[in-house]
Write a protein that binds this ligand. Sequence first.
Ligand SMILES: [Zn+2]
Length: 337
Amino acid sequence: MLYFSHPACLEHDPRAHIPDHPDTPERLVAIEAALAERGWLGWERRPAPAATERELELVHSRAHVDSIRELCLAGGGEIDADTFVGEASYRAALHAAGGACEMTRALLGGEDTIGFCAVRPSGHHAEPDRAMGFCLFDNVAVAAAMAIADLGLERVLVLDWDVHHGNGSAEAFRHRADVLVVNLHQAGLYPGTGATTDLGSGEGRGFTINLPVPAGSDEELWLSLLEHVAIPIAELYAPQLILVSAGFDAHRLDPLANCNLETESFAQMACQVRELAAELGVPLGAVLEGGYDQTSLVASLLATMAALGGVGEAVSAAPEAILTSRAASTVAPYWAL
Ligand SMILES: [Zn+2]
């Protein structure tokens, strides 16, 4: 199992603009301290390199990339009411997206079958043309787009279990059928998108699956939606790579949302996705998104990594096998209305 991170990810600190901003570098410091205490759970640590601007532009407009770089070079500032950058934020964001790309390259190169990328700033709210919701570039979307553009994949699953709807990834792939975006989130929460009726658009219609849950939902509903809706759809789609937008803010102790997952719920979700990857014989990489109660974030992330690590030898994902895995072109997206 491969673990990716980079010290540059600690240099982005929105508290320079709002002192009690919840996205702190200490989130990642605490994660790594807990992992270090436990021998990194047996995972191999690797550095998350900076993404290239060409990689970012597989998802984001040049104008967006330029605007973030220039704002940071100018010393930083406010992007919206809760998204701020400082001078080092551009570098942090490059390493966050680059870590997701490097993990994807390593997994598809057959170096391992399971990866986790603990980076920040998070990505899933960043739309092709704008930063928002603490996110500058959409790390998972950039990695998915890179896997298709550079590594020849035809079908990638993005599964987003952060408690907030991943509007950035949804917009990045709204018109595309080569990325299936499945999103579990609390209905009515920031950013307000992600209705069940939004199925994507044009050629991408049917390849966006939104599974909003009411406030107060616990693991019974989250695990059930994963098991009975998300996984069966993913099996039909037969992705060649699974990327998880792994936020931990659906935990009952999280201050930014109102769902009631326990620490162990995340391990159970990870097990389900791990089994899906094993069944399909494809690699699985997760990338950190939200999670703002430090104690439950650390515990839930460690539980997730431990659950993912359980798969070790069970998956044999030779790169050739992934590229020639059963084609889904004949599978009609029956869930499209
Ligand atoms: Zn979130």
